[in-house]
Design a protein around this ligand. Sequence first.
Ligand SMILES: C[S@@+](CC[C@H](N)C(=O)[O-])C[C@H]1O[C@@H](n2cnc3c(N)ncnc32)[C@H](O)[C@@H]1O
Length: 217
Amino acid sequence: MNTPWTPWLEIPLADYEGHMSLTTIGQAQMVATVFAELIGEFSPSSVAVIGCAGGNGFEHIAVETTKRVIGVDINPRYLETLSTRYAAKIPGLELYAGDIQDPDLTFAPVDFIYAALIFEYVALAPTLAKLKAVCRPRGVLAAVLQLPSAATASVSPSPFTRLQTLTPVMNLVSPADFLAATRETGFLPLAAKKIVLPSGKKFAVHIFHRPEKKNTL
Ligand SMILES: C[S@@+](CC[C@H](N)C(=O)[O-])C[C@H]1O[C@@H](n2cnc3c(N)ncnc32)[C@H](O)[C@@H]1O
């Protein structure tokens, strides 16, 4: 598999998690809370978390219900830590290190895909095509997008200065572009909501389903 260079490969997980969970930032808690609410609502028997980092939110997975849990991340060291944290607690854990856009990175389709704060770092069309390929018919895709804001920096300033290396490679995706691309790929919208954090940063949660294949006679 080809793993292109990205600043993500050089950001220690401790820096990423330290940054995201600062009370002034609060994004780790937001991403985990949305995940907990959605898996509570859909009770999927299999889940894939794309850009899973160290497993933020995995503590909410009910292993009696969710028998397969896939984590994908481009940074293999993040997955090593995730495995240390969760391999004994989640028997059906499968971890894939690599670029989600890589055609060689694949796994058996799942009922529910959670892709939070990853679309800012990938090309929409190939990533959505991959996610459709690994989403079962009638499965669900939930995405969290960071929304543009004139009042806040794309990457919030913090003592974890290595996070600033992401600024040049981060591209915020507008909900309009995202909805058009998901429609083009074949996902149908189910629901959407906006989240505004105390920092002023805004996020959109979009939920889609992959329709059942139609019989063609
Ligand atoms: C902003 S973080 C989101 C992490 C996580 N969803 C959370 O709870 O905070 C983006 C994650 O996606 C990973 N990533 C970035 N580009 C990727 C790619 N092309 N394929 C797979 N993972 C990628 C990064 O290593 C990082 O862990």
